[in-house]
Ligand binder design. Structure first.
Ligand code: ARG
Length: 466
């Protein structure tokens, strides 16, 4: 990145002294907005093509601009482009280079346009591409979850409330709960895309332009659904970026919940799943350690993503219409949110298919902790006992179990009958873990048949995505 104070500013006409060196550095954004170059060039190409269509540029001028911009794109991609802080941002760097390359025609590119609508267009185009990448990554993660859920539709584990053993569930059912969260995240992402995918190009500085521009044409060339309605709003609001960050905060919240469970499950105390070594790291002092760093780090990264959401909300708050330089501050939080979300999704999509549940441990954990107590109460209700009384009876039986070290299924019929005289031999069928999960046989329930059906529906939803 070069810093030459002698560079003539594209806006320098009314200034009588050079910009202060610190101010130049302080106000420059090229150090981070250079990553918009690809979309900046695409936006410029669409603008120039439209100007030629409406007769503001000649076809030859457009052709020269097109060749020049494509050369610049190639130079940037080859690492041969020297970014200059004196030229402030990605937009003026590229435009100045175009003029260096093709002469006076380069100076015509900015006709009927401002950096205000240019940057709003670039950020929307950039975000749209990243949204599409993120959508694919969520789908890959969901697909892995659904496959694992299907393979473990009848693997029994303890279900928890308050992190205390509650009722047996299936491992597949648990994974499909994660999938539901992602399904909603996906739909929030697509919803955000709809509002981001509108073209601010042509709003110019704030009021529109006197040239006979065709905003529908540029919108179409850039794959936007339509031009935005109001020029003042177009150059100023960054709510589409805030919406994305809000989607990201929820997604990361969900990933942090999965992570917390993986951290617990891989501990020696739970020992529910095996996570391959390639997703873990060791300790420099304790030779026995295998730490679930990847889920831990993802759990931790929610902090920065939530921070970026608050940064953008605060940045936007109280801004008068129309564009203000405050908005230059939208980029770093947005970019870091995008990078973080992509990395965390990649880690999860790679890791999920490798999770190996330890079926024996899970089963034993479900067996302990009186997880079929509710089934016993429901059994008593079927025998004519009122639910509150049934609850009381089972509570007493559990108390006996705690004192005698016996699970409900390990008690004799005579022992159980001491608590409820209506209990008969058929009680043992409901006290089994398999009987317990199979009995919850309705949509959304944990019965293996329901879990299998849910995986089919979940996969059908994925198949409707492009
Ligand atoms: N780098 C600026 C930004 O990111 C581009 C727009 C500058 N517009 C202006 N009138 N100074 O917001």
């Amino acid at each position: 990145m070069s810093n030459s104070e002698s560079t003539i500013k594209p806006w320098g006409g009314r200034f009588s002294e050079p910009t202060d060196a610190f101010v130049e550095r302080f106000t420059a954004s090229v150090g981070f907005d250079y990553r918009l170059y690809h979309h900046d060039i695409n936006g410029s190409l669409a603008h120039a093509k439209m100007l030629a269509k409406v007769g503001v540029l000649t076809d030859a001028e457009f052709a020269a601009i097109q060749t020049g911009l494509e050369e610049i794109r190639a130079d940037i991609e080859a690492g041969k482009f020297e970014w200059s802080i004196a030229l402030e941002d990605v937009h003026m760097n590229i435009e100045a280079r175009l003029t260096d390359k093709i002469g006076i025609t380069g100076k015509k590119l900015h006709t009927g346009r401002s950096r205000n609508d240019q940057v709003a267009t670039d950020v929307r185009l950039y975000l749209r591409d990243e949204i599409d990448t993120i959508a694919r990554e969520i789908t890959r993660l969901q697909s892995g979850l659904i496959d694992l859920a299907e393979a473990h539709a009848d693997t029994i584990m303890p279900g928890f409330t308050h992190l205390q053993t509650a009722q047996p569930v299936t491992f597949g059912h648990h994974l499909l709960a994660w999938n539901e969260m992602l399904e909603r995240d996906f739909s929030r992402l697509l919803d955000c895309r709809k509002r981001a995918n509108q073209s601010p190009l042509g709003a110019a500085a704030l009021a529109g332009t006197t040239y006979p521009i065709d905003r529908h044409y540029t919108a179409e060339l850039l794959g936007f659904d339509k031009p935005t309605e109001n020029s003042l709003d177009s150059v100023s609001d960054r709510d589409f970026a805030i919406e994305f960050c809000s989607f990201a905060s929820l997604l990361m919240t969900h990933l942090s919940r999965f992570s917390e469970e993986l951290v617990l499950w891989t501990s020696a105390q739970f020992n529910f799943v095996f996570l391959p070594d390639r997703f873990c790291t060791g300790s420099s002092i304790m030779p026995q350690k295998k730490n679930p760093d990847v889920p831990e780090l993802i759990r931790g990264k929610v902090g920065r993503v939530n921070g970026h959401l608050i940064a953008l909300l605060t940045l936007m708050k109280g801004q008068p219409l129309a564009y203000n330089k405050d908005n230059q501050e939208d980029k770093e939080p947005l970019f870091d949110t995008i990078d973080t979300v992509k990395d965390c999704l990649k880690a999860y999509a790679d890791m999920v298919p490798a999770i190996q549940p330890k079926q024996d441990v899970l089963r034993e954990a479900a067996r302990r902790g009186f997880s079929t107590a509710t089934d016993l109460a429901d059994y008593l209700v079927r025998k004519g006992v009122a639910f509150r009384d049934a609850h009381e009876i089972v509570g007493k039986a559990v108390g006996f179990g705690v004192a005698s070290g016996k699970d409900l299924a390990e008690m004799t019929l005579a022992e159980l009958q001491k608590f409820g005289s209506v209990i008969e031999q058929d009680v043992f069928a409901v006290l089994t873990l398999e009987g317990s999960v199979a009995a919850r046989n309705h949509i959304g329930g944990t019965a293996p048949a329901q879990v299998k059906a849910a995986t089919v529906r979940a996969r059908q939803l994925l198949a409707t995505r492009k």
